[in-house]
Write a protein that binds this ligand. Structure first.
Ligand code: C2E
Ligand code: CA
Ligand code: CA
Ligand code: CA
Length: 279
């Protein structure tokens, strides 16, 4: 037992070292990634579930590391938050996303709304609203074409300052969406206290439809209540026709998922818009 205990301690220490090394690796490399153009924004289409029409897309960050290949955001966003690097990276994402929407309009492929993810840490930047406003102005994008996806934890921990920032973002004319709805602690009534326009039902509620009766009931109740509060509802992670059918019957407004498209590069997005201009 004693030997075993010692072994466990050793494993634990190794795991901690591995984690610390990994964080150090990400931290050192991420700084360079931003300046060396290793970061890229991918886009996942969002469709109107009633008409099938393309409404816009969500911007999702990717990191093309020269040796490690593509690194997904789950593996580096938390380090970017801890180091504060998320602030310059986040501004860069806003600019790229604005340019993409602008470029699509410029070549006559439609007015598409682009959504970007904002982590709570970005609200600690006193210049957040000012820099979003400046980017919109510099890129000459209609603010109605920019949507910000926020997390429940932001609202839960919201200070007077955060509340003020959200109000200012809203008055710029942007759309505010609550991401991953249902995974945190906020309720729909709580959302009324903030200027939120859209909720995104988390993929965890969608993935077991139609086998899981509870998930179906939660999903339809959330849609009905959101509509009563005049909120638009997006379902994320739609992978099957059965899920799509259920969500359409519940009158869910917008859908996103592998059934339609995976996140794709800006180039691929434009190519597919050229091929299917009016899908
Ligand atoms: P999220 O905002 O919840 O984004 C949805 C995630 O689900 C994306 O993962 C997307 O690729 C994936 N997804 C979409 N449709 C399906 C589907 O049908 N099935 C499955 N299994 N997955 C689907 P991704 O791109 O790896 O991003 C992970 C998370 O990283 C995002 O979750 C978001 O929280 C964060 N993230 C991504 N880009 C940014 C960014 O620019 N800034 C910040 N702060 N966070 C970001
Ligand atoms: Ca999101
Ligand atoms: Ca989400
Ligand atoms: Ca999610």
């Amino acid at each position: 037992a004693k030997a075993n205990g010692k072994h466990q301690v050793q494993l634990f220490t190794e795991a901690l070292n591995a984690e610390a090394n990994y964080k150090l690796f990400v931290e050192n490399n991420l700084r360079r990634a931003l300046t060396q153009n290793e970061l890229e924004v991918f886009y996942q289409p969002k469709l109107c579930l009633k008409s099938g029409q393309l409404l816009g897309m969500e911007a999702l960050l990717r990191w093309q590391h020269p040796e490690k290949g593509m690194i997904r955001p789950d593996q580096f966003i938390s380090v970017a938050e801890e180091t504060g690097l998320i602030i310059p990276i986040g501004k860069w994402v806003v600019r790229q996303a604005c340019r993409m929407s602008k470029q699509i309009a410029a070549i006559g492929l439609g007015q598409l709304q682009v959504a970007i993810n904002l982590s709570p840490k970005q609200f600690s930047d006193p210049d957040l609203v000012g820099s979003v406003a400046a980017i919109l102005n510099e890129e000459q994008l209609d603010p109605r074409l920019l949507e910000l996806e926020l997390t429940e934890s932001l609202l839960l921990e919201a200070t007077e300052d955060t509340r003020h920032q959200l109000g200012r973002l809203k008055s710029l004319g942007l759309t505010l969406a609550m991401d991953d709805f249902g995974t945190g602690y906020s309720s729909l009534s709580y959302l009324k206290k903030f200027p939120i326009d859209v909720i995104k039902i988390d993929r965890s509620f969608i993935k077991d439809i139609p086998d899981n009766q509870d998930d179906m009931e939660i999903t339809s109740a959330v849609i009905a209540m959101a509509h009563n509060l005049k909120l638009k509802v997006v379902a994320e992670g739609i992978e099957t026709g059965a899920q799509l059918g259920f969500l359409r019957r519940q009158q869910c407004d917008v859908g996103q998922g592998y059934l339609f498209d995976k996140p794709i590069s800006g180039r691929e997005l434009i190519d597919s818009l050229r091929r299917y201009p009016c899908r």
